[in-house]
Design a protein around this ligand. Structure first.
Ligand code: EPZ
Length: 421
């Protein structure tokens, strides 16, 4: 397994190109199975999760070509003939569960492994299954697999997601567009990843109304065409690098190829810490303040503070002059990074789904363990702030979600190298 060796403290200065969004690309890959012709996706990041999903598509019989030097994926779904997504792939990457909606939506049958948990705890799929049943799709469980069956047309109806769920919204959209006479999702997720999926499906010929709102109504169409679509930039990567620039004294970064509209109130929140943030079209400039002020946050569904930036923000707050709190209301137990940061000297105390932070902390390099994607990148941020050398173990978590991370950071002054554990 690989590890990162990080020397700190280092300011970051210069330009960082932003990659395509992993979480926005994955539902588009699944949506390609609904088309009658090839689908071309541009700006798809070269990430382990994308490679894994491409393999899931190949297992069911789709032809998938990843021209990864061009960040382009070409999917030809015309030969799909095996309507199952196996456990050994689904357990590796939860988003493979989107195969349930895509296969039953297109073919009227799907057998997909339940995804299981993840590094920070249970991640249920009950809303996915209840929503499909509400649509008129029959759902049964068989030895850890979900079996979904549907006739050429199911009545549809309506289903309210409680809580709102990105994955359930995506799966229900994938199942409904070709299969449900009329189906309404209430309290649907409004994340940019969902909006992009709706726009692409409608471009392929689907009939989805309410796009961008929390009520989506899908009217059945018989076929979807293929086409070429450009994937959104990764808003979580943008937020991560904005935080890096804010928390490393003397830093000044320009992030190239962003879509600031996807960041909600995040830029203003970061400005409250004293950080200078300029939005200029696709370029976001961020300059570290002399004194970083503590700003407490609570995560929420979009457009609230994204849970995928919670760990990074808490890491930044270890450098702020004063006390603060970070509360996650989306995932109550997404705090596996806290004991690791404490090994670097951070003063953090976890109470239920809130971490209390006393800053500023002079961090001292040490060996720390990655546990999940966003916790891992937070350890890299901490390593760049800490004195001396840190070792970050199990960086395969990072390779799932950050394209060329060490190249991007080293190009702006970081001292990051990869080695065998
Ligand atoms: C997506 O996961 C993202 N993953 C996550 O990003 C992100 O953290 C999450 O949305 C929230 O924004 C991808 O897009 C591949 P949810 P998802 O269903 O869809 C509960 C990353 O780091 N829930 O919106 O699985 C659930 O427990 C990853 O890139 C149910 O109770 O998230 C959670 O509390 C991590 N029952 C809340 O809803 C269900 O059936 C939101 O989860 C489904 C979800």
């Amino acid at each position: 397994m690989d590890k990162f060796i990080v020397k700190g403290p280092t300011p970051l200065k210069g330009n960082i190109p932003i990659s395509g969004s992993k979480n926005a690309a994955l539902p588009l890959l699944a949506a390609a199975l609904l088309a009658d012709e090839p689908v071309v996706l541009e700006n798809v990041p070269r990430l382990q999760d994308i490679y894994t999903f491409n393999n899931v598509l190949r297992v069911v019989g789709a032809q998938v070509q990843f021209q990864d030097s061009e960040n382009r994926v070409i999917i030809d779904p015309s030969n799909v003939n095996y309507l199952e997504a196996p456990y050994d792939l689904v357990r590796k990457m939860r988003a493979s569960f989107y195969m349930l909606g895509a296969l039953v939506g297109k073919h009227g049958y799907a057998k997909v492994s339940m995804p299981g948990g993840c590094a920070w705890g249970p991640r249920p799929v009950d809303l996915h299954l209840k929503g499909l049943e509400a649509m008129g799709i029959s759902i049964s469980l068989d030895k850890g697999y979900v079996i979904a069956k549907a006739g050429t047309s199911v009545p549809g109806g309506r289903y309210r997601l409680e809580p709102s769920s990105v994955g359930a919204t995506i799966n229900l959209l994938l199942a409904a567009v070709l299969r449900a006479e009329s189906f309404t999702i209430e309290n649907a997720a409004k994340e940019p990843d969902v909006v992009q999926l709706c726009k692409v499906l409608n471009s392929m010929g689907a009939n989805i109304s309410g796009v961008g709102s929390d009520t989506l109504t899908i009217k059945q169409v018989r076929t979807l065409s293929g086409g070429s679509f450009r994937n959104d930039p990764d808003r979580i990567e943008v937020g991560t690098f904005m935080i890096a620039s804010a928390m490393l004294p003397g830093s000044s970064l320009r992030l190239i190829g962003c879509n600031a509209e996807h960041l909600g109130d995040f830029p203003n929140l970061l400005r409250q810490t004293g950080t200078k943030v300029d939005l200029d079209g696709e370029v976001i400039s961020v300059q570290a303040p002399e004194i970083l002020k503590p700003v407490s946050i609570t995560t929420d569904i979009y457009p609230g503070f994204p849970t995928d930036l919670q760990a990074q923000w808490a890491t930044m707050l270890t450098q702020a002059h004063g006390n603060s709190t970070v509360t996650d209301t989306v995932y109550f137990d997404r705090f596996s990074y806290v004991p690791e940061l404490s090994r670097l000297g951070a003063q953090m105390k976890l109470a239920k789904n809130t971490v209390h932070i006393q800053g500023p902390n002079l961090l001292e390099g040490a060996s720390v363990m990655s546990t999940d994607l966003r916790a891992s990148v937070s350890l890299v941020l901490a390593g760049m702030a800490a004195k001396n050398t840190s070792e970050i173990l199990r960086v395969y978590h990072l390779d799932r979600g950050y394209e060329s991370l060490e190249d991007k950071l080293n190009a702006v002054g970081a001292k990051l190298s990869r080695a065998q554990e």
